[in-house]
Design a protein around this ligand. Sequence first.
Ligand SMILES: N[C@@H](CCC(=O)N[C@@H](CS)C(=O)NCC(=O)O)C(=O)O
Length: 79
Amino acid sequence: MLTLYVKTGCPFCARVLATGQELGIDFDQKNIADDAVAAELVARGGKRQVPYLVDSERGVEMYESADIDAYLRAQYPKR
Ligand SMILES: N[C@@H](CCC(=O)N[C@@H](CS)C(=O)NCC(=O)O)C(=O)O
């Protein structure tokens, strides 16, 4: 499963969501507007910054929209 921590209005998140749409990826989105979700993100990754990707099948987690974009294109190319 691919989980993406996001925040409403975040342009970096929008970029990753657009890439996901292009590649046909349906993220489980978690919005840090919810304080409990924000706390969960900090506990996982160490800082409050979105977007943050969790690829639970591959055991990969990362910040940075450009890195997430590159990772998705490499690992989940459009079929
Ligand atoms: N270089 C980062 C920038 C990410 C960034 O600045 N995210 C902002 C939202 S647009 C953020 O997480 N701010 C902390 C907050 O809103 O609590 C990326 O490209 O992913």
